[in-house]
Design a binder for this molecule. Sequence first.
Ligand code: NAD
Length: 437
Amino acid sequence: MRITVVGAGYVGLTTAVCFAHLGHEVLLVEKIPLKVDMLRRGEVPIYEPGMEEMLRENLKAGRLGVTSSLEEGIQFSDVIFICVGTPQSEDGSADLSQVEEVARETAKLMTSYKLLVEKSTVPVNTHKLIKRTVERYLKKKDVPYDVASNPEFLREGSAIRDFLYPDRIVIGVESERARKIFEELYAGFNCPIIYTDPATAELIKHASNSFLAMKISYINMVADLCEKVGADIKLVADGMGFDKRIGREFLNAGLGWGGSCFPKDVRAFIKMAEDNGVDFGLLREVEKINRRRIERFMEKVRSSLWSLKGKKLAVWGLSFKPNTDDIREAVSTKLVPLLLKEGARLVLYDPKAMENFRRVFPEGDDLKYAPDPYTAVEGASALLILTEWEEFQHVDLLRVKELMELPIVVDGRNIYEPSVMKQLGFEYHCMGRGVKE
Ligand code: NAD
């Protein structure tokens, strides 16, 4: 099939590259010229494992093209995947201006049948707004079209695998014609495919993300309780997680959720409910618990160091989660300014996200970047861990201890065993786990 994908971010790029990999002919439309140039050269503007190889393979095979022209994209195929950003607006709702622009421009340009697919995360009933926009800008041209919802559930860091082997595919369609297109498109996928109306599909995405955020906030509250009563949150989570009704995933206590999706999606879901007369107080509490994680962590840093003024602290992990260079709404973006404000001198290290972080937090007298985790800890009074990159599990901890001024570790992601850290001679503070005497 021929497919057009609009927006070359995490979702659009993955969608385009994976559909091409499956043998479809894909044209990827991106409005930032620099990204278009990079992609045409086979360079990936983001860090996503396996993406570069797959991009190059499909460019070479001629199955994937990249353009900055939406007009070219509209002419290229009948199926237009809208994968543009839906950031948060000031009032908490989703800013749908990028989606509106694609719908409007598509309507102006289209001269034959088009299926417009919402892959971006959008509030319930956005398909109706897209239809209204298309109607307006078609200006009575008699061109048939469908609008469908096919939300994306991929996770950054495992985007390709998540796209090719999803737990389920959700498709909200209103016509038999649109349904047939999806049946052909997803024919080779071996997972449940749920056909619904568009509103249900839109809601499934927001309800899923908010539920996952809720799970993390829930376990973080239990972690706070564990600290008070001397229980171990990791074992509590294991014990709960073996129950199939609960499941172990998203039960890792720590600094809480961040990233480009959960914060804005939870906010948008609350606002959407409110706009429809439903008070989703549960989710407001989920947000509140998450905001408090930062303060909980700062309390641990303060209580272990007494004063932060003039102290050199190493920070490992800046991305909002491992295996991505994405720092949007990462806890690091909130903690680094707080630590600096209290007078700490920071040396930061992240395997992939330093370039992005440096753009927002440039190097200065009190803020340095280290080329590796060991350089970061040289002479440090404490090491703070903000992201659970696998690399940190394999460092030589004795070498780390030798390099530090004081062997204090405040681990916001519980990546080490407290008993092992104690044996190695560290003063180890983590989230919801105590060392048994
Ligand atoms: P992103 O901001 O990384 O990428 C969006 C891209 O669209 C940008 O490159 C932008 O330049 C481009 N764009 C905007 N308007 C355009 C236009 N008119 N023509 C061509 N290109 C245009 O966003 P993302 O992280 O890929 O997310 C996209 C959507 O998918 C959002 O709604 C998000 O909530 C949702 N989503 C994201 C993830 C994730 O893990 N990042 C997962 C599932 C769903």
